[in-house]
Design a protein around this ligand. Structure first.
Ligand SMILES: Nc1nc2c(ncn2[C@@H]2O[C@H](COP(=O)(O)OP(=O)(O)OP(=O)(O)O)[C@@H](O)[C@H]2O)c(=O)[nH]1
Ligand SMILES: [Mg+2]
Length: 591
């Protein structure tokens, strides 16, 4: 089991210095060590509205994110606190506290927009915090939502229309939670009590009319409804009498207003039980290193003047992970081959069969650990590496066989060579005796197992190198007639021609086996790729179905409220999503 994170306090994740956003390396290092899926909760809102205080509650601590007690904005940039998830085992809760929006002293709201956009991009639950009721002022402050289309791109392809692009937001965007602080009204509509969620829905109702006023009234509401189909609202009483507010964190829990404490408990309980692990398109569950990569890609894009693009961030992540997946797959192959293969193998087929079994496993490891492998760049790389490894094994196998055969030949024929040297066969009838002895030793050689694929070749070469010895014995053997010697010479010639043919056949067979293996490797790659593409497609379709269902709900609501135009726009977005649902690309020419 992965060890639990222990961070005594928050650290700055993204610094906001002199108008620029800079990623803090210390925070990245912390993220890189979190192997568990992360539930990312970000809070955003006007400055001095108790955001840091509420985030500390989520961390289960009285102190942590630093609070300010003056009217000046306090938190700068984006701060991060990773804690073990209080309810989901093996998950880490990542709390992101952001710099308050709208501080007039800063005078630059460029950065505010980026902080808002980054919080949306990085979180799985996005908490928007404001003071008092949802009035027009609160809505106006949410103009950042309307700017999101200018701040974020979903798809990287330049041909993507803005319509199509924002249609994709929904599937990538976090759940929206609105927290209303110092809420002093009764939750009622037409004299009936209503829930906070109903209050939010009512507040998001559109106004009829085409005049500028109605348009600016409707715009943020439409955007929230469109981008965040999943919404939730929490109201909070004032936590303590005014004079204590500046030193809230010094107060004991029981000194806080009981209603407020209950509301905080309700909010925390909802977040803990409902906030999901951050998930990217394609069902990719984000862990620490993945969140690290997202932070880097988005901040780099913003710093270099580009729009952060969700698809690019996933692709950048894929590059890192697919490259690691190739290494993991190759390491698996190496380890398995190391364990299972004993060189030399009896036959080439034996080695190729082992290669094939381990290659299959290696491709499986790659498929499990890779995603969005554009044009199969990394799979091809894996294929090339495995092929090189296979060739290397074949070479090693040959060498091991040659070495073993060489030693064996020395062992078996050594004594015969010695006898020849001592003249044991230099006598009448010696030649026949020599041939008989040689045949016996050949049989002995054949009987030794696991000589490997070079057995014939090495024997042939050895015997060829000793041909002149046999030749000399034949020529000098006085017991044989000239005729008999001629017949013997012919027999030797025929024997060696037969051996040459056999060798040639062997080579052809080996080539054939290698060709067949290459074809099988290719088929294995294609098979596993096809299966993965089918799984990915099913996942994509399921994702799109969920998105479409959410959009349909909203579209029907708009229609019911009498906003035909808006409803039609949404319908067009849905159409754009469906259009993309074309048949998957064939696999055959991909690899
Ligand atoms: N009235 C009121 N004050 C609160 C509440 N929660 C916290 N405070 C106080 O408001 C002040 C600001 O709280 P912070 O949590 O620092 O607010 P913030 O939104 O993080 O502020 P910035 O970081 O500047 O954006 C502190 O003195 C808190 O004690 C609340 O619910 N209502
Ligand atoms: Mg703060």
């Amino acid at each position: 089991m992965a060890s639990e994170i222990h961070m005594p306090g928050p650290v700055c994740l993204i610094e906001n210095t002199n108008g620029g956003l800079v990623v803090n390396q210390e925070a990245l290092k912390i993220l890189s060590a979190i192997t568990q899926p992360v539930v990312v909760v970000a809070i955003v809102g006007l400055y001095r509205t108790g955001k840091s205080f509420l985030m500390n509650k989520l961390a289960g601590k009285r102190k942590g994110f630093s609070l300010g007690s003056t009217v000046q904005s306090h938190t700068k940039g984006i701060w991060m606190w990773c804690v073990p998830h209080p309810q989901k085992p093996n998950h880490t809760l990542v709390l992101l506290d952001t710099e308050g929006l709208g501080d007039v002293e800063k005078g630059d709201n460029q950065n505010d927009s980026w902080i808002f956009a980054l919080a949306v991009l990085l979180s799985s639950t996005f908490v928007y915090n404001s003071m008092g009721t949802i009035n027009q002022q609160a809505m106006d402050q949410l103009h950042y939502v309307t700017e999101l289309t200018e701040r974020i791109r979903a798809k990287s392809s330049p041909g993507n229309s803005e319509l199509e692009d924002s249609a994709d937001f929904v599937s990538f965007f976090p759940t929206f939670v609105w927290t209303l602080r110092d809420f002093s009204l009764e939750l009622e509509a037409n004299g009936e009590p209503i829930t906070a969620d109903e209050y939010l829905e009512l507040s998001l109702k559109l106004k009829k009319g085409t005049d500028e006023k109605s348009k600016s009234f409707n715009e943020p509401r439409l955007c929230i409804r469109k981008f965040f189909p999943k919404k939730k609202c929490f109201i909070f009483d004032r936590p303590a009498p005014r004079k204590y507010l500046v030193q809230l964190e010094k107060l004991q829990e029981e000194d806080l207003d009981p209603e407020f404490r209950e509301q905080v408990a309700g909010f925390c309980s909802y977040i803990f039980s409902h906030s999901k692990a951050k998930t990217l398109s394609g069902g990719i569950i984000v862990n620490g290193p993945r969140l690290e990569s997202l932070v880097l890609t988005y901040v780099n894009a913003i710093s270099s003047g580009d729009l952060p693009c969700m698809e690019n961030a996933v692709l950048a992540l894929a590059q890192i992970e697919n490259s690691a997946a190739v290494q993991k797959a190759v390491a698996h192959y190496d380890q398995q081959m190391g364990q299972r293969v004993k060189l030399p193998t009896e036959t080439l087929q034996e080695l190729l069969d082992l290669h094939r079994a381990n290659e299959k496993e290696a491709i499986e490891v790659f498929m499990k650990n890779s995603f969005k492998d554009v044009e199969q760049k990394f799979q091809k790389e894996l294929g090339a590496q495995l092929e090189a490894k296979r060739d290397d094994f074949c070479k090693q196998n040959m060498q091991a066989s040659s070495d073993r055969c060489m030693a064996l030949l020395q062992d078996i024929f050594g004594p015969l060579e010695e006898e020849v040297k001592q003249g044991a066969f230099s006598k009448p009838g010696g030649y026949r005796l020599f041939i008989q002895k040689k045949q016996e030793l050949k049989n002995k050689y054949y009987q030794v197992p696991r000589k490997g694929i070079q057995a014939e070749d090495m024997l042939k070469k050895y015997l060829e190198s000793k041909e002149d010895v046999a030749d000399a014995l034949l020529r000098t053997d006085q017991s044989l007639s000239e005729k008999e010697k001629e017949i013997e010479v012919e027999r030797i010639k025929a024997e060696s021609a037969e051996a040459a043919t056999k060798m040639l056949e062997e080579i052809q067979k080996k080539n054939q086996q290698m060709m067949e293996q290459k074809e099988k490797s290719y088929q294995e790659h294609v098979k596993q790729l096809t299966e993965k593409m089918e799984r990915d497609r099913a996942q994509l379709l399921a994702e799109q179905e969920r998105t479409l269902a959410l959009k349909l709900q909203e579209q029907e609501r708009l229609l019911k409220e009498g906003f035909q135009n808006e409803s039609r726009k949404l319908q067009q977005e849905m159409q754009a999503i469906r259009m993309r649902n074309r048949a998957p690309a064939g696999v055959c020419n991909i690899l």
